[in-house]
Design a protein around this ligand. Structure first.
Ligand SMILES: Cc1cc2nc3c(=O)[nH]c(=O)nc-3n(C[C@H](O)[C@H](O)[C@H](O)COP(=O)(O)OP(=O)(O)OC[C@H]3O[C@@H](n4cnc5c(N)ncnc54)[C@H](O)[C@@H]3O)c2cc1C
Length: 602
């Protein structure tokens, strides 16, 4: 865009104290803190706020309330560290587990319609990897509103934000971060979908809450909007992405459809069976059985299928059996699961088992932050130097509480805990008193160039074809079971596709609600996330949590293929030059005793 006039004359500008990109659970928990404190806040969302992916969360929010079985935050802390295969930072995990009861009661007081026990307390169900007494037995820790917990939570937060007069910019797609010469973030550019116009939103602080990038895989439980935009924005602005090799497969996606059946099914007593009708998880995890953590259960299912005990004509799925739960429990606790069975598998789950396969679900990695939600990156020997003016919370961030594998219910919890913590930290920084930093003259140039490239295209491939090839390649090369050769080939393939992304053709050049333009711009983010994932994964030469590589198998020296001497460290991927750096894992909690790495068994 050389020779273009300065931003002021080409693009409209607006100013806020804080711009939040994303109106899911994390963005709206943060915006609530800010709007209530009287800051001017703009929340941008590609879709109406209550359609954000948080609405699809089913099973529950983890908190050691101990309403239905003995529990405390030490047990929750231990389970989360072990679930993370020791890659989680123990200071952040302690913070989250201690804050959990507070944020859940706060949500209750906001009006969240939790299910109730006869004594009026919040209903809690068992969930994978959550235990009492340090792994001895399952515990009831997942606070639930039937199987619509995320739906109830997102609507509760939206209503509170309406009351607090948060400004929502609905169907506005943020495109790029604006950084000044010192590297501080001073705003974002955004496309107003209704008009097709580009805007500059200037801010003293920007908070990214754009959710996950689950759409880089072909079979995914994620919404179509989960294209990793915040991660793409960060990567293009020179900010590293942390631990992107770790992607969670959820054991129970409906075979063929990808739609999720919550782990709450197994929490309520559902059982996984192979073609012999056998409850095979008893063999692999004698204590936790079907409620072992997700990475582990997914691999066991894959193993059963590989060894010829899959179900169906092609022996390529497992079944989830809920028939023994009884129609009454199913209709009370799992009503949406009943509907999903009917609509997506043509199965009446009260009468017959439903076909399931491990399906991509959640990214453990993301934009590196500290426990206040401030984005951090290595600088002058400090691995966690704060980047001015930028925060990130929710699934797009990596704080890191989930490490190499997230426990179910810990994501909704992380949205609440770190959404609130970031909001509080921004309020405490007394932004009101500070002036806005100047916008650089070229603030909108990068985004204008991206838009101009599409407008100038006269031929070539469509965005969706390129996006589908990214998904196919990722599914094939970075699946549940990985091999070094598959990963290395994947790097080559994704690099080839990245070249094709540069010449995507936009056939329809119209401006008003042009969804083809939005999809083309999203592909720029998909490719950043896919590249970060495959490059980081190919470089990590061990098995840990969700990153299990056949070449690094169980040995006496390295049980489960995990190699702590060389790989107990976080990956940092830089888009520029596809460079990798590493930083240490924080093994020291805030006040608790550190849990030293040991072999994971269930
Ligand atoms: C089917 C399903 C069930 C789940 N069940 C559970 C559960 O029971 N318990 C649990 O703990 N976790 C669960 N999870 C995980 C959890 O729901 C998610 O990790 C979490 O809700 C993500 O919240 P978020 O606030 O980070 O982002 P999201 O809720 O995904 O919201 C992202 C927001 O960012 C906006 N956005 C994105 N890009 C842009 C852009 N460029 N410009 C403007 N806006 C943008 C979107 O419009 C949206 O508002 C589940 C996930 C899925 C997919």
């Amino acid at each position: 865009m050389q020779g273009q006039p300065a931003v002021s004359s080409t693009v409209s500008k607006r100013r806020f104290d804080v711009v939040i990109v994303g109106a899911g659970g994390s963005g709206m928990r943060a915006s609530l803190q800010l709007a209530r404190a009287g800051l001017s806040v703009a929340v941008l969302s590609k879709v109406f706020p209550t359609r954000s992916h948080t609405v699809a969360a089913q099973g529950g929010i983890g908190a050691s309330l101990g309403n239905m079985s003995e529990d405390n935050w030490h047990y929750h802390f231990y389970d989360t560290v072990k679930g993370s295969d020791w890659l989680g930072d123990q200071d952040a995990i302690e913070f989250m587990c201690r804050e959990a009861p507070k944020v859940v009661y706060e949500l209750e007081h906001f009006g969240m319609p939790f299910d109730r026990n006869p004594d009026g307390t919040i209903y809690q169900r068992p969930f994978g990897g959550h235990t009492a007494n340090y792994g001895e037995k399952p515990v009831q820790r997942a606070c639930a509103a039937a199987d619509r917990t995320g739906h109830a939570m997102l609507h509760t937060l939206y209503q509170q934000n309406v009351k607090a007069r948060t400004n929502f910019f609905v169907e506005w797609m943020a495109l790029d971060l604006i950084r000044d010469a010192e590297g501080s973030v001073v705003g974002v550019t955004a496309l107003e979908m209704e008009t097709g116009e580009l805007h500059v939103l200037q801010a003293k602080t920007v908070l990214l809450a754009t959710g996950g990038a689950g759409r880089i895989f072909a079979a995914s439980t994620n919404a179509f909007i989960n294209t990793g935009d915040g991660l793409g924005m960060a990567a293009r602005a020179g900010i590293p992405l942390e631990d992107m090799e770790f992607w969670q497969f959820h054991p129970t996606g409906v075979a063929g459809a990808g739609v999720l059946l919550t782990e709450g099914c197994r929490g309520e007593g559902a059982i996984l069976r192979n073609s012999n009708g056998e409850r095979f998880m008893e063999r692999y995890a004698p204590t936790l059985k079907d409620l072992a953590p997700r990475d582990f259960v997914s691999r066991c299912m894959d193993q059963e299928i590989k060894e010829g005990r899959g179900c169906g004509p092609n022996k390529d799925y497992i079944v989830l059996d809920m028939t023994h739960l009884g129609a009454e429990t199913i209709m009370k606790r799992l009503p949406s699961v009943f509907e999903i069975g009917h609509n997506f598998a043509n199965v009446d789950i009260t009468r017959e088992p439903i076909p399931v396969v491990p399906t991509i679900h959640y990214q453990m990695g993301g934009i590196p932050t500290n426990i206040h939600g401030q984005v951090v990156a290595p600088k002058d020997g400090d691995p966690n130097a704060v980047i001015g003016g930028l925060y990130a919370v929710g699934e797009c961030s990596c704080v890191s509480v989930h490490g190499a594998n997230r426990l179910g219910t810990n994501s909704l919890l992380d949205l609440l805990v770190f959404g609130k913590a970031a909001g509080d930290h921004i309020v405490a920084s007394n932004l009101k008193a500070e002036p806005h930093k100047a916008l650089p003259a070229n603030a909108a140039d990068a985004s204008l160039a991206r838009m101009a490239r599409l407008d100038a295209s006269t031929g070539g491939e469509y965005a969706q074809d390129v996006a589908n090839d990214i998904r196919k390649a990722m599914q094939m090369h970075a699946g549940v079971f990985r091999t070094q050769a598959l990963l290395d080939e994947g790097v080559v393939k994704i690099r080839e596709i990245a070249e094709r992304v540069k010449s995507i053709h936009l056939g329809d050049k119209s401006k008003v609600f042009n969804t083809a333009r939005v999809e083309a711009l999203e592909v720029d983010n998909l490719i950043e996330c896919a590249m970060a994932t495959i490059v980081s994964a190919a470089a990590r030469r061990e098995s840990r949590g969700a990153h299990t590589v056949d070449d690094y198998a169980d040995t006496p020296e390295h049980p489960n293929g995990r190699n702590d001497e060389e790989w107990l460290k976080h990956t940092l991927y830089y888009s520029q030059g596809q460079r990798l750096e590493y930083k240490p894992v924080q093994l020291k909690p805030l006040t608790a005793e550190s849990i030293p790495p040991k072999v994971r068994t269930f």
